[in-house]
Write a protein that binds this ligand. Structure first.
Ligand SMILES: [Ca+2]
Length: 210
C-alpha cells in the first residue's frame, strides 16, 4: 500500500467516523423472536411471532402477523372499547448533541375481507412529543410508516424514545402488526462531503490504473 493509499484510507475512515452515530436501537424489528431490548408499556395483549402467524380472538377475518422485514414482527390487539387498549415501546439510546435523528416505525392490520380500522400513534423523546397522528387502515392496505425528525439539544447525550400505538376498531379488537423501529441519525452534509472526497479520489486513482 502506497503512502497515497494510506492517506486515502485514513480519510475514508475519518469520514465514516463522522457519519457514525451512537444512536442504535436494540432489536429494532424483533428478529430475536421476542421483545429483548424494549420496555413495553400499555395494557394491550401482545407477542412476537413469525410472519403469517394467525392472530386469534379479534374481529378481523384471517387476522395475521406480517413481518415487514426479517422473519418476525410484534403483534398487539388494540381497541377503543372500555378499557381502551394501547401499547408503547421504549428504549434509551445515546445521542450526539446537535445531531438530527429520524425516529419512525411501521404498523398495519393484515387480514382478509373488507374492513376499516383507524389508529393513532405518537413518538415521544425525553418527554417531548414531536409527532403524533393517526389514520385509517383498510383490508390489505399493508403498513403505515410514520416518522419524524428530532435534533438532540446541546448537552443532551441520551434520549428516551417512546413509540405509542392505540387502535380504534369500532368497538372490536384488531390485531396490529408492528415492525421496523427506526432511530437513525440524519447524515450531516459536511460528513457526507467528507465521505465523498476520498471515494472520488479512490475512483480517479482506479481509472488511472486502467
Ligand atoms: Ca422484523
Amino acid at each position: 500500500m502506497t503512502q497515497r493509499h494510506i492517506k486515502l484510507v485514513a480519510l475514508l475512515a475519518l469520514s465514516l467516523c463522522a457519519l457514525r452515530t451512537h444512536a442504535a436501537l436494540v432489536n429494532p424489528s424483533f428478529e430475536t423472536g421476542d421483545t429483548t431490548g424494549w420496555t413495553i408499556g400499555g395494557n394491550a395483549e401482545y407477542g412476537v411471532a413469525l410472519n403469517n402467524t394467525p392472530i386469534t380472538g379479534t374481529a378481523i377475518t384471517d387476522n395475521y402477523v406480517r413481518a415487514i422485514s426479517g422473519s418476525y414482527a410484534l403483534w398487539a390487539k388494540l381497541s377503543t372499547t372500555v378499557p381502551p387498549t394501547t401499547i408503547s415501546f421504549s428504549q434509551v439510546v445515546d445521542v450526539v448533541p446537535g445531531t438530527g435523528y429520524f425516529p419512525g416505525f411501521s404498523y398495519g392490520v393484515l387480514g382478509s375481507g373488507s374492513f376499516s380500522r383507524t389508529s393513532s400513534f405518537s413518538i415521544t423523546i425525553n418527554g417531548f412529543t414531536p409527532f403524533s397522528g393517526g389514520g385509517t387502515i383498510g383490508g390489505g392496505s399493508g403498513y403505515q410508516s410514520p416518522g419524524t425528525s428530532w435534533v438532540a439539544p446541546a448537552n443532551v447525550t441520551t434520549a428516551t424514545v417512546t413509540y405509542q400505538l392505540s387502535g380504534s376498531t369500532n368497538g372490536n379488537l384488531a390485531g396490529f402488526s408492528v415492525d421496523n423501529f427506526i432511530f437513525q441519525p440524519v447524515p450531516e452534509p459536511i460528513a457526507v462531503s467528507l465521505l465523498l472526497v476520498p471515494l472520488y479520489l479512490l475512483g480517479t486513482r482506479r481509472i488511472r490504473l486502467h
